[in-house]
Design a protein around this ligand. Structure first.
Ligand SMILES: Cc1cc2nc3c(=O)[nH]c(=O)nc-3n(C[C@H](O)[C@H](O)[C@H](O)COP(=O)(O)OP(=O)(O)OC[C@H]3O[C@@H](n4cnc5c(N)ncnc54)[C@H](O)[C@@H]3O)c2cc1C
Length: 411
């Protein structure tokens, strides 16, 4: 909660230099904050957006110029002390000081932790090859893209969003791709079975060799060529490739917050204004766990829209706004000729009303509760999702027959 008894901030320090950090500094200046603004970021690049990393950047079609959040001249105009590349090491809340790994320190009136997370690593015990890569940063995406374009085939470990987008980009580049997923279906945590099945068929139709329910036992040097890899599955199947990419989730960067005594539970615990258990310290983006009004529960979201809008709300709250962050969760993915968007609450066992034809790659799936839309999955139907978002925000009830009747446009 915005603590109105605190003095107005003169120095605001932001740890992190990603999308959420970028929106914090942009919004603070836009809202008129003219004090000292320090951004401590361990990547050398100015704030940039990550969604293109598994798509256009990986395909070699985009670079830092197209993904940066703020144009260089506009960034300079924000008058930020950007400590980059510099890694924050600790937070002393009693003295309100952030110390960095290189020994610098800065005192804050307000602190924002926007540290995102790191790609989860496979356990060392099962990896016996250096030819395994991960994807989180721009530099990793550029390196992975170069490697992909020089390869014949790639093994993707993990059938979640990042793994599937990497596989789709590989196919686009003419590289053979194999995906192994331990769960019985793709994107098991975020999709109902019917959409997982749709993605499975989509990838298979595009030539990806997908193994679901496939438990990886080890990833080794190929016995005949140590520059290649061999994966062994629990059932004894072996799969060979030039190299492997793992997309097995995100580990939020919470250690520093935890060491500073802030509440942490699947992310840094914040309220609807982005404030942590210390009213001088805020957190937002992938690292923050917030009470979501639409879902009616706490959640840590890993999405572009959340990184932007939660950061905007937190920046305004630091300057005294009492408007809570209350967006309906929204995420999208692009794979082949499919744009898939998820809005709101879709329990994986939700009953879904289908408008259109899933197999024809044009369908909208609605999860209803007493005639009101709780969540939507749009497969190449961005317009339907936009309309549904409006109705959801208005709390409007809808008629099932009208929703599913494709002979009449939604209106
Ligand atoms: C490959 C990829 C594809 C994606 N595609 C989509 C998509 O299609 N649709 C969608 O909705 N979302 C997508 N996302 C998710 C979206 O990009 C993230 O939700 C968003 O980037 C989160 O922003 P953030 O600022 O919270 O964290 P980040 O972008 O991770 O930024 C955090 C920054 O803080 C730095 N940092 C961490 N610790 C420290 C420290 N101690 N000191 C200094 N700096 C530190 C990190 O290195 C990093 O640069 C994708 C993400 C990835 C990785």
């Amino acid at each position: 909660m915005t603590d109105t008894t605190l003095e107005a901030p003169r120095t605001i320090v932001v740890i992190g230099g990603g999308q959420a950090a970028g929106w914090i500094v942009k919004t603070l200046r836009k809202e008129g904050f003219d004090g000292r603004l320090v951004m401590i970021a361990d990547e050398a690049h100015p704030p940039y957006e990550r969604p293109p990393l598994s798509k256009a950047v990986l395909a070699g079609e985009a670079d830092i110029g197209t993904v940066r959040l703020v144009k260089p001249e506009d960034f300079a105009a924000l008058d930020i002390e950007a400590w980059q590349p510099e890694r924050a090491a600790s937070i002393d809340r009693a003295q309100r000081i952030v110390r960095t790994e290189s020994g610098r320190e800065v005192q804050y009136d307000r602190l924002v932790i926007a540290t995102g997370g790191a790609a989860r690593r496979l356990p060392d015990a099962i990896v016996n090859t250096p030819h395994i890569t991960y994807l989180r940063t721009l530099d990793e995406a550029v390196a992975l893209g170069e490697r992909l374009r020089a390869s014949q085939n790639v093994l993707v470990i993990g059938g979640g969003w990042i793994g599937l987008e990497v596989a789709a980009t590989a196919r686009k580049l003419g590289v053979a791709a194999t995906v192994i997923e331990g769960a019985p279906r793709l994107c098991v945590r975020s999709l109902p079975p019917v959409v997982s099945e749709f993605l499975l068929q989509l990838h298979r139709a595009n030539g990806v060799n997908v193994h679901v329910g496939a438990s990886l036992v080890s990833l080794d040097r190929h016995p005949d060529d140590a520059s290649r890899v061999r994966a062994t599955l629990a059932d004894g199947t072996t799969l060979d490739a030039d190299f492997a990419v793992a997309g097995i989730g995100l580990a939020p960067h919470t250690a520093m917050a935890e060491a500073a005594g802030l509440a942490v539970a699947d992310g840094i615990v914040v309220d609807e204004f982005g404030a942590t258990s210390d009213p001088r310290v805020f957190a937002c983006g992938d690292v923050a766990n917030h009470p979501n009004a639409w879902l009616k529960r706490r959640v840590r979201l890993e999405s572009w829209a959340n990184a932007q809008n939660q950061a905007i709300a937190a920046a305004k709250a630091m300057l005294g706004s009492t408007e809570p962050y209350a967006d309906i969760p929204w995420f999208w993915s692009d794979q082949y000729d499919v744009n898939l968007q998820i809005l709101g609450d879709i329990p994986t066992d939700a009953e879904l009303a289908v408008r259109g034809d899933i197999a024809a790659k044009k369908a909208t799936l609605f999860h209803l509760d007493n005639g009101a839309i709780r969540g939507v999955i749009a497969i190449n139907t961005a317009r339907d999702l936009k309309l549904a978002r409006k109705w959801m925000n208005q709390g409007r009830t809808v008629d099932l027959a009208t929703l599913t009747d494709t002979s009449a446009a939604l209106a």
